[in-house]
Design a binder for this molecule. Structure first.
Ligand code: AMP
Ligand code: MG
Length: 495
């Protein structure tokens, strides 16, 4: 026990625990053998009004391992259902996660603080309730990188080793991630009650979601429709941001689709290197359902499942089931235009285009096609376009002549806009990162941690990813694409 450290106070202010019984199961996280801190996110702790110094202690390790329950915490496992790869599972729920409680942070908003990997719950089914070190480090790195890249996302507050081994393909060290989210309400949470035809609970959940995430909807007479609209808008914007970073979520099941519009559940996710619209990494996604280019289509499919759960409530405000269905279709049909507009906004910024023109979509599409044909690295192509006149991007293309032709077109467009290179470069460099958590870099970190108990590579990569838009001297290896022998083709859920 580190007696010098102040004791840990987390200003819990719980609301989900006040919802009716069927919404969750009260649980106690499992006691683990030898909790040891891997990392604490001091900046995020401060944001949550938690003294970071107190966390860097054996008590901190105990709290983030679930061995010690901080005052005010009401540990619970949330109930939810979900469509997994298109198939409905009426009961999933937190099988290895434990919501410790909620904190109202510096920005005045409410955040969930959740342990992931903290032992079995009534929702564990055949799972062991545990998390392995590899996926914990991956989620930590990728979620924090996404945050720094400006993408709405859950975050990582801490990672600990449990001192116990978990059985996966082999025995690997067990770990627990402390995740912070705007909430853990998912499309699957709505599906859980809707599938039981428990409209009263859908209503309770809907009111809760509105007050927590879409308070403006409460002021509108058609509040249920407004909720659906709000989620559609945020998911359209979110997926457009993913596309702009070459990010592939990998498991866009409805239980991994957040009502708040954050990226949640980093399993077999990855950033593309060589651009191809059909890229899939997840080993379990054999049909390519969640391929890069399918993500907007899958998002609207998931949102349609949310819409279905709201139909009984929408029927009240629309006057009939038929009118509710028509209203839901109208909202869901809005996804396409919202997404297209968000996508173009993202890519216009990536290309430094200040004006909106009809040819913008074609300019983007033709670049992407040239990248696919030329095996160009997604991230480096856009970054090099952000430097000088952008001709350095040509090195990415095996089909240099195709790039050169596109490049001439782009320069002509920029000239027409009267774009100034210096200003344009600066703006583009704020949206086109140098550093992303490339697969081989994440894998290197995981290998060092598992094989050598060496967490220095984790710390280094986390540090580089903390400012992804600023090129750092001597850190070229973190910007480079994988060499042939480093390439990672598949990622695993690790569940
Ligand atoms: P995920 O793939 O992490 O989104 O999880 C899908 C579902 O499986 C959720 O209900 C999880 O709680 C559950 N699950 C995943 N891994 C485990 C595990 N090791 N033990 C128990 N439940 C798990
Ligand atoms: Mg999940």
């Amino acid at each position: 026990m580190d007696t010098a450290a102040p004791s840990i106070a987390i200003p819990f202010d719980n609301s989900y625990a006040r919802l009716p019984q069927g919404f969750s199961a009260r649980i106690s996280p499992a006691q683990v053998r030898a909790p040891r801190l891997i990392h604490v996110n001091d900046e995020l702790a401060r944001f949550l009004y938690i003294d970071p110094e107190a966390l860097h202690s054996q008590e901190g390790a105990e709290v983030f391992a679930g061995n010690r329950i901080a005052d005010g915490s009401e540990p619970l496992a949330m109930a939810y259902a979900g469509h997994q790869f298109g198939n409905f599972v009426p009961q999933l729920g937190d099988g290895r996660a434990c919501l410790l409680g909620e904190v109202v942070a510096e920005d005045g908003k409410r955040y969930d603080v959740q342990l992931k990997g903290s032992g079995p719950t009534p929702f564990s089914r055949r799972g062991d309730g545990r998390a392995a070190l590899g996926p914990v480090l991956r989620e930590y790195l990728v979620s924090e990188a996404m945050h720094r890249l400006g993408v709405p996302t859950t975050r990582a507050l801490a990672a600990v080793l449990t001192g116990e081994a978990v059985m996966r393909e082999e025995m690997i060290p067990g770990a627990i991630l402390t995740r912070v989210a705007s909430s853990h309400l998912r499309v699957g949470t709505f599906e859980y009650f809707a599938a039981r035809e428990d409209t009263a609970s859908v209503r309770t959940l809907t009111e809760y979601a509105i007050s927590r995430h879409y308070p403006a909807a409460a002021e509108i007479s058609k509040r249920y429709r407004a909720l659906l609209e709000g989620v559609v808008q945020r998911q359209a914007a979110l997926v457009a941001q993913w596309m702009g970073l070459g990010f592939i979520h990998g498991v866009m099941n409805t239980d991994n689709t957040s009502i708040s519009g954050e990226t949640i559940d980093y399993g077999p996710c990855a950033f593309m290197e060589a651009y191809h619209s059909a890229t899939v990494f997840s080993a379990s996604d054999r049909q390519g359902r969640y391929a890069y280019a399918n993500q907007p289509g899958i998002a609207v499919w998931n949102l349609s499942r949310l819409g279905e759960t709201l139909l009984p409530l929408m029927a009240e405000e629309e006057g009939s089931p038929e009118a509710a269905l028509a209203a839901a279709y109208e909202v869901l049909n809005g996804f396409g235009p919202l997404y297209e507009a968000a996508y173009l906004r993202v890519f216009r910024a990536k290309l430094g285009l200040a004006q909106e023109q009809d040819e913008d979509a074609a300019l983007v599409k033709d670049l992407l096609e040239a990248m696919a044909a030329g095996r160009a690295d997604f991230t480096l192509t856009f970054r090099h376009l952000s430097e000088d006149d952008g001709s350095g991007a040509g090195e990415q293309f095996s089909n240099r002549a195709t790039f050169d032709a596109w490049h001439c077109r782009w320069l002509a467009r920029l000239a027409e806009e009267g774009s100034l290179q210096g200003e344009r470069n600066a703006a583009m460099q704020r949206t086109n990162p140098v550093y992303i958590p490339r697969n081989h870099l994440v894998q290197e970190v995981i290998d060092a941690a598992i094989l050598r108990q060496d967490f220095a590579p984790f710390e280094r990569l986390l540090g580089v990813l903390a400012s992804p838009f600023d090129e750092k001297p001597g850190q070229h290896r973190f910007a480079a694409r994988a060499r042939a022998e480093q390439r990672v083709f598949q990622t695993f859920c690790g569940t």
